[in-house]
Write a protein that binds this ligand. Structure first.
Ligand SMILES: Cc1cc2nc3c(=O)[nH]c(=O)nc-3n(C[C@H](O)[C@H](O)[C@H](O)COP(=O)(O)O)c2cc1C
Length: 171
């Protein structure tokens, strides 16, 4: 897929075909994630990739909106340091947002769907993933080939109109 196609085709995919994701494709998605920009290039992140079905099922219980993780082909957990102050926490979240979009666009480029999930139960996530006490699991990004329909550019996205969101020169 061309980048412009991938941008328009990406959507949250929450039902996945049983087809696994090839190792080289998962590695490409992880490489895209690693290359994401971050504040002062600090890269305050680690990524835990999960493909084991039982682990994915456990992971799907960390938040009531994470159910789709259970049937994903793979899920990437975004893990970051616990920030001491609000400014650091905001900056880390911005960086994680950039990493998330890298994952999603690299996946869409390969025809692979992706779906965010928040994490509510940090202790449960820690037990399942084994990350240290000074980190938290910020987000889960589930991956898999869409069970419903392939990724193709969305002609009319559910978004505010361009002229509503864009202010040219001044508000
Ligand atoms: C910060 C953030 C958190 C989200 N958390 C969840 C979640 O916990 N569960 C879920 O099913 N979707 C989650 N989503 C997906 C959004 O609902 C989705 O991106 C939005 O409705 C737009 O739909 P689209 O991604 O298909 O364009 C989250 C998205 C973002 C950006």
């Amino acid at each position: 897929m061309e980048m412009w196609e991938a941008i328009r085709a990406r959507r949250n995919v929450r039902t996945y075909a049983e087809r696994p994701i090839a190792h080289k494709d998962l590695n490409r998605i992880l490489e895209a994630t690693r290359r994401s920009p971050s504040s002062s290039n600090r890269q305050r992140w680690d990524f835990v990739i999960c493909t084991d079905r039982a682990q994915l099922e456990d992971l799907s219980t960390v938040w009531r909106g994470a159910g789709h993780v259970a049937a994903s082909a793979a899920t990437i957990a975004l893990v970051a340091p616990n920030g001491d102050d609000a400014r650091t926490r905001e900056s880390v979240q911005y960086d994680l947002g950039q990493a998330t979009m890298s994952i999603m666009l690299a996946a869409a480029d390969l025809g692979i769907g992706s779906g965010h999930a928040a994490v509510s139960d940090q202790e449960l996530a820690r037990r399942i993933l084994g990350f240290p006490e000074d980190r938290f699991c910020a987000w889960l990004i589930a991956l898999g080939y869409p069970a419903d329909r392939p990724l193709t550019p969305i002609e009319r996205p559910n978004r505010r109109p361009l002229e509503d969101v864009v202010h040219r020169g001044q508000w």
